[in-house]
Ligand binder design. Structure first.
Ligand code: AMP
Ligand code: MN
Ligand code: MN
Length: 329
């Protein structure tokens, strides 16, 4: 990875930045972190972030209010960045990416084939914010930049608890909190805190969850009617799949919500036994080994049946490999 951000952007008058549809903390942190950095290093350039409207929990992040959520027609950008995503999940920002003079794709999804003129795809790194940290001149780091990059790190590592957390992650996080932003509050407000209805919907999803594959898997779904009843959107369902994954004995948790008639957004979380990135990729989605997602069509039962075949295969493969290892010792 020898991408030199400042060299690549030198002389650019208009720089655009975007990330994936339904932006999460990492996507948002990476976009706002890079936006702050390039704005600081190139004060004469026009640097813009385009994203679908992120959840209000992120409003304390510098630049939140300046995100363009309308995706208007724009003249071609000199440089355009796609962060925390492959090009096919850029949504309405894809048109800017396609028209730009130079495109740079920075991501950590193993499923990303690299769609830019320049690609930095590092599946070994826990968050795109951590990659951005590696790419910037740390002499330019300040409190606001540190805060937004920290948000991305905590979101994609589950506040440093997932296996994608490395000693390097913690060293970078240590440097970031030395800038003195209010990290306990940030963790509470952007990660753990739920509104009352969000907690109710989560409770309902947990209550209606079903275990299968001898208790190794769990699935729950929220349909459109229920979302309308509670007046919640997709952003309000974050965290449900992690809660399912935390249940004792579960190797793979699946949470789905209805996006249209016979259409579901599916989220998967797993232990080391199942590579859910592979399962998601089979259905045209993507993600990471322990956290991935895809969109499926069919009834709830069709979707679960289709996914469960792949999970069962992965579990059997893991067990066969471990039996072999046990026998050879
Ligand atoms: P989610 O279940 O939406 O929290 O997503 C888990 C991980 O998988 C995140 O890193 C997402 O960016 C990724 N992911 C989710 N849905 C898709 C999809 N349809 N295509 C590619 N990656 C996805
Ligand atoms: Mn993301
Ligand atoms: Mn990410």
């Amino acid at each position: 990875m020898n991408l030199n951000l400042l060299e690549e952007c030198a002389g650019a008058k208009r720089i655009g930045i975007s990330g994936h549809v339904r932006p999460d903390g990492d996507c948002l942190g990476a976009c706002l972190g890079l936006w702050q950095y390039l704005g600081k290093c190139f004060p004469a350039a026009n640097v813009q972030v385009f994203l679908e409207k992120p959840a209000d929990i992120f409003k304390s992040m510098k630049g939140f209010g300046e995100i363009d959520t309308d995706f208007p027609e724009e003249a071609a950008f000199d440089v355009f960045f796609a962060l925390d995503t492959s090009v096919d999940r850029l949504g309405d920002a894809e048109k800017y990416f396609k028209a730009a003079g130079k495109t740079i794709n920075i991501d950590h999804h193993v499923s990303n084939p690299g769609g830019g003129h320049i690609n930095v795809v590092r599946p070994d790194v826990g968050s795109t914010c951590e990659i951005i940290y590696d790419l910037i001149d740390l002499g330019q780091l300040d409190r606001d930049m540190a805060q937004v990059l920290y948000v991305g790190m905590i979101h994609d590592t589950g506040v440093f608890q997932y296996s994608n957390t490395t000693p390097a992650t913690l060293e970078k996080a240590a440097k970031l909190i030395s800038y003195g932003f209010d990290f306990p509050n940030l963790i509470l407000e952007t990660f753990y805190q739920k509104s009352y209805v969000q907690a109710q919907v989560m409770g309902r999803a947990l209550m209606e969850s079903i275990r299968f594959l001898q208790g190794a898997c769990i699935v729950s779904a929220i349909d459109k009617k229920t979302m309308e009843f509670y007046n919640v959107g997709p952003k309000d369902l974050d965290g449900i799949v992690n809660q399912l994954r935390n249940i004792e004995g579960i190797d793979c948790a699946i949470f789905m919500y209805e996006t249209g008639t016979l259409e579901y957004k599916v989220s998967m979380r797993s232990s080391e036994k199942v590579n859910v990135a592979e399962v998601a990729a089979y259905f045209g989605g993507g993600g990471h080994a322990r956290a991935a997602g895809c969109n499926l069509t069919g009834t709830f039962h069709d979707c679960v049946n289709n996914i469960s075949l792949h999970i069962e295969k992965a579990l059997k493969k893991w067990e066969a490999e471990h039996d072999e290892r046990d026998n050879s010792h």
